[in-house]
Design a binder for this molecule. Structure first.
Ligand SMILES: Nc1ncnc2c1ncn2[C@@H]1O[C@H](COP(=O)(O)OP(=O)(O)OP(=O)(O)O)[C@@H](O)[C@H]1O
Ligand SMILES: [Mg+2]
Length: 260
């Protein structure tokens, strides 16, 4: 099982777009995939067709230990793709648990019961480095960082990689940043190429060879309730996420390394 936190505290860099579409491609390639929505915006959950204003149970209840993790899981329109949904209720978890001992370890404790049932667990993090993201980093073994190549914003990545380092030292020795994903790439612009070059200078081989191109079909996709591979299978967005999924599979660490 590979557990991957898809994180960047910057908003709107394609964390959710990557979680949904990478997850769906992996599932369509026969992997058993669990997507965990950890964002109170609930974008991942609504993308996959859930009415987030009327969730009976969600990650909020899991964090407050009111239900078992299994109880919030729901099937999606893609075979092999399961979702743990969230909505705005999750926003209050940070405040409610502010003084709780062991609050960084809740997710790890709660998800452990199902971890062996999946090949991939992808965690869609909110745009912050608060308690929820720390929980994701404490559970996951890997971190993928989507970077929007339309703006020069690599500076924020120092804060993020420092946070990953602190969590690694204090809470989760096996945590590593294993993938940097260039998103919203427009090869015709100097800016996108410049950002990609800077990413490669700084993160070397961790940058995936596949860049996700800017694609209007990806932007339209959330309202369809489906991942891009079903909504617009011939689009560049679908092709890019399939290529990315192949690379992710190729980079699978050996069995020994993935055992915690
Ligand atoms: N390759 C792409 N081409 C075109 N639009 C894209 C692409 N990737 C993402 N977008 C658009 O960019 C916006 C932000 O994407 P997304 O919601 O995935 O980012 P996010 O990092 O999850 O945001 P947040 O921090 O708010 O959770 C969305 O409107 C999405 O449709
Ligand atoms: Mg998001």
């Amino acid at each position: 099982m590979r557990s991957i936190a898809i994180t960047n505290q910057k908003g709107g860099v394609a964390k959710t777009t990557t979680t949904v579409n990478l997850g769906a491609c992996l599932a369509q390639m026969g992997k058993k995939v669990l997507l965990v929505d950890l964002d109170p915006q609930g974008n991942l959950s609504s993308w996959l067709g859930l009415d987030i204003h009327n969730l009976e149970r969600s990650m909020y209840n899991v964090f407050l230990e009111e239900v078992y993790f299994e109880e919030v899981l729901t099937k999606t329109c893609v075979e092999n793709l399961t979702l743990a949904p969230s909505n705005v209720a999750l926003a209050s978890v940070e405040r409610i648990l502010a003084h709780e001992k062991g609050r960084d370890l809740i997710l790890r404790k709660r998800i452990s019961s199902v971890r062996d049932e999946y090949d991939y667990i992808l965690l869609d993090c909110p745009p912050s480095l608060g308690l929820i993201t720390i929980n994701a980093l404490t559970f996951a073994k890997e971190v993928f960082i989507p970077v929007e190549t339309k703006v020069l914003a690599l500076n924020g990545l120092v804060t993020l990689t420092n946070t990953v380092q602190v969590v690694k030292e204090r809470l989760n020795h096996s945590l590593e940043v294993t993938g940097i994903i260039a998103c919203r790439f427009d090869g015709r612009t100097t800016l996108s190429n410049e950002v990609l070059n800077q990413m490669k200078d700084r993160f070397k081989e961790k940058v995936f060879n596949t860049a996700i191109r800017e694609n209007i079909r990806l932007a339209e996709c959330p309202i369809s309730g489906k991942p891009i591979s079903l909504y617009a299978p011939d689009s560049s967005g679908a092709k890019d996420y399939i290529e990315l999924a192949k690379e992710v599979i190729e980079r699978e660490p050996s069995d020994k390394e993935t055992k915690k």
